[in-house]
Design a protein around this ligand. Sequence first.
Ligand code: CDP
Length: 133
Amino acid sequence: MSGTPTAVVVAAALTHEGTLLLAQRTRPPELAGLWELPGGKVEPGESEDSALARELREELGVECSIGAALSGDVDLAGGLVLRAYRATLVSGTPAALEHSALRWVDAAMLPTMDLVDADRLWLPELLDILLTS
Ligand code: CDP
């Protein structure tokens, strides 16, 4: 195999007391207003765990512990692959530093949220996590 390695986007299923943190995107225009698992691109030389911890620090101002990956990757436009990991708060209170809003949602609220398409793959697993936590 040759060519450019696949770029990975990591996203967090950050849970706290039976709720999941969703973040509302501000960009690009076609995704603005939709809700996502917060995260971003892994930089060259960075592990996925440290990239996700960095993104959560930058976007939410919190320190998190990164856990297991959720099942399945999502192919995004532009050759990117999206992968999600469990995460828990170590310190701080999340703030919308790069999103327009944050919301902690429970299992009843999650299916009613307008999620970005890519993140919908994980809805059943996220509901399961919320209902068993
Ligand atoms: O901030 P950075 O440029 O590192 O990443 P981003 O713009 O937040 O995400 C890169 C790509 O992944 C965009 O196309 C997002 O729409 C997508 N993404 C997604 O589909 N679901 C997420 N939970 C996070 C990012």
